[in-house]
Every structure is written in structure tokens, then in C-alpha cells.
Write a protein that binds this ligand. Structure first.
Ligand code: FPP
Length: 341
């Protein structure tokens, strides 16, 4: 985006249009739903990019409060830009980093590959599952701090499709840990205004895990302070495959013509279609790999790799990641753009 443009993701369409008109910019609007399924209610901006001849292309989706189906959910960013960051219990080192963060350019959506639990446990002579238990504390820490920083969506890679290949005892322990943690943390998640969702194929997950996540989804679905997305039995390739199959079904039923299929159509078939693409992807424990995570969504995401093992990841590390992100020049394939916008 050129430097004179504000970030409009999360804004109501009418408000965004007014703002762009006042800046003398022409607007092109795209809707994620097919024209046959006209969304009801207010529309919000979920993507923003440069259009042709200096225009601005906005992709919009229906507001979840009015269209409450899971498919139509869009993060409610509110219409005002954040102007300050307040974390009352921050220590001196954290406060120093906070003072250097520009509140208007905090990444709205952060995805995390939580890696290094096994190594953390091994270093201490503990069984691997103890690393996952310790990693739960790091989850609690980022979930608490993310909304204070202005992060609106957090997508955590908790269990990949490939993780079934681990020893069965570790898989069973991990499933129990997740179901138990969710059960125990639910009241706190509700208190913090967190909306919890999952992405992945639920079929193979133990019933207890599915029930706990479904219950947490129902109990938190009206919250808007933070969208916490947990990737469970997730594979980026499966997500694209599943989207392609759903598109093919629409073509087969005559709802959609092959020549009309574009990127927005495919994106609208992803597991959480109206969640904006991640601005920042953090991977802990030093590996420079994507590991089949959010393959479609990370096309223009900034990647930050830290050597810190996930169980050691705390507020200071999240602040470092956000500051590093703000040093980047996001270009989205173009020439002119402002850092971190
Ligand atoms: C990767 O570390 C981590 C995982 C496969 C599991 C992450 C899950 C948690 C932290 C629990 C989260 C709980 C909830 C409710 C979301 P690894 O075991 O691959 O580490 P290694 O590479 O050092 O072996």
C-alpha cells in the first residue's frame, strides 16, 4: 500500500469508502461470497491491496454478528486505529520494547509454529510430554498479551497431520493435555474476550478433544477481543485440497462456472475463510521451515524465526518479533510501500 493510505482491514465498508473518497482514491470492491449467496448485514474489509490505475481494491465479508455462521465470520477490528499500548505489569526491559513499537502498525494476525517442546524437555532430562506441558504456559502468555498489543487474530499450530507419526503414547498424552487445558482455561478465555476456533480435519481427533473444542467454540463465539485459532490435525495441502473439492462441487451443481473461479473464490472455501491472511508468522526453535502450515494464506506473510524454544517463549519474545516485523518493508510484489503496513 502507498504510504498515504491507512490500513482498513476490519473497517466497515461504508466507512472505508468514505475515508478513501476523502483521500481522492477510487475504490474497487470484491465480495468473498458468490453473487448467488448475497451476504446479509454490514460488510467489513478483510483484505486491502493496490488496484489498477492507482485505485484501491477492498475485499469484504459479512459481519459475524449479523451473519453468525462460522463460514461468514470476520474479525471485528473496530473502526479506530490503536493509538497506544498498555501492559501494566510489563517489566523495564519489556516496557523499553513497548515504547519502540508503533501501535498503528502492529500485525493484526500472527500465526505461530510452536516448535522445540521435545528439545526443551530433553535438555532437562524430562519426558517429551513435559515439554508440551511447559509449552502450555507459553500459549497462556501469548494469548494474554496479544490483544493488549493490538493483535486481533492468533493462529497456533498445535497438531499437524504429520504429528500422528509420533509414538502413540506421546500422541495420546498430547491430546489429553489439549482437552484438559482447554477445559481448565475456558473461564479465563471467556473473561479475556477470546473467541476460540479450530482449523483442520476434525475426523481423526479423539471424541473428547472434539467435544471440548466444540464446547469452547459455542461458549466463546460472540467474543471479539481476540480470535484464537487452533490448528488441529491440520495440513496446508489438505486445506487447499478440501477447498478445491468444495469448489468442484459448486461447479458440478451448476452454482459456479469454471471460468468465474478466481483467488477470492478459493480463499472463501478455506477453513476460516474470513480471517485475514497472517501478517507475521513466528517459528520458534530456529528451524527455517514452513511445515505445511497455512500454505495459501502466507503468500505475503513476514516470517520471523527465533532460536528460543517454545516453552521458553514469553512476552519479551513476542515484543521482539513485533518490533522486528515493524522494521520490514512489506511490498506485496509492488515497489512502493510503508514498513509493517
Ligand atoms: C512441537 O514441538 C510442538 C507440538 C507438536 C505441540 C504443541 C502443543 C502445545 C504447546 C500444547 C498447546 C495446548 C493448547 C490447548 C493449544 P516438538 O515436540 O516438535 O519439539 P522438538 O522439535 O524439539 O521435538
Amino acid at each position: 500500500m502507498p504510504e498515504d493510505l491507512p490500513e482498513l482491514i476490519g473497517w466497515q465498508l461504508e466507512e472505508a469508502k468514505r475515508r478513501l473518497a476523502s483521500l481522492g482514491r477510487h475504490v474497487e470492491v470484491k465480495q468473498t461470497s458468490s453473487p448467488r449467496h448475497k451476504p446479509r448485514g454490514r460488510l467489513r474489509v478483510i483484505r486491502q491491496r493496490a488496484g489498477q490505475n492507482g485505485s484501491v481494491e477492498l475485499t469484504v465479508a459479512a459481519h459475524p454478528e449479523i451473519s453468525p455462521t462460522r463460514k461468514e465470520q470476520a474479525p471485528d477490528a473496530g473502526s479506530s486505529l490503536q493509538t497506544s499500548i498498555r501492559i501494566p505489569d510489563a517489566d523495564e526491559a519489556e516496557q523499553d520494547l513497548i515504547s519502540r513499537i508503533d501501535p498503528a502498525r502492529v500485525p493484526k494476525h500472527v500465526a505461530i509454529i510452536m516448535d522445540g517442546n521435545g528439545r526443551w524437555a530433553k535438555e532437562r532430562g524430562l519426558p517429551r510430554i513435559m515439554g508440551h506441558h511447559a509449552g502450555r504456559e507459553s500459549v497462556r502468555s501469548v494469548v494474554k498479551d496479544a490483544p493488549d498489543l493490538g493483535i486481533q487474530s492468533l493462529t497456533l499450530y498445535a497438531f499437524s497431520a504429520e504429528n500422528w507419526r509420533r509414538p502413540s503414547a506421546e500422541v495420546v498424552d498430547l491430546m489429553e493435555l489439549m482437552a484438559g487445558a482447554l477445559h481448565e482455561e475456558l473461564p479465563e478465555l471467556k473473561r479475556q474476550g477470546v473467541a476460540l476456533r479450530t482449523l483442520g480435519r476434525p475426523e481423526r481427533l479423539p471424541e473428547k478433544v472434539r467435544e471440548e473444542f466444540q464446547h469452547a467454540y459455542e461458549e466463546t463465539k460472540d467474543n471479539r477481543r481476540l480470535f484464537l485459532n487452533i490448528a488441529l490435525n491440520y495440513s496446508g495441502r489438505w486445506e487447499i485440497l478440501d477447498a478445491a473439492k468444495r469448489l468442484a462441487e459448486r461447479v458440478k451443481s451448476g452454482e459456479l462456472a469454471v471460468e468465474d473461479i478466481d483467488e477470492e473464490h478459493l480463499a472463501s472455501m478455506l477453513y476460516l475463510p474470513d480471517t485475514p491472511d497472517p501478517d507475521l508468522l513466528i517459528r520458534t526453535s530456529g528451524e527455517h521451515r514452513i511445515s505445511n502450515y497455512l500454505l495459501w494464506q502466507i503468500a505475503y506473510t513476514e516470517i520471523y524465526v527465533t532460536p528460543v524454544l517454545w516453552p521458553d517463549f514469553r512476552r519479551i519474545h513476542l515484543l521482539e518479533a513485533v518490533l522486528d516485523y515493524q522494521q520490514r518493508k512489506r511490498r506485496f510484489g509492488a515497489v512502493n510501500s510503508s514498513p509493517g503496513s
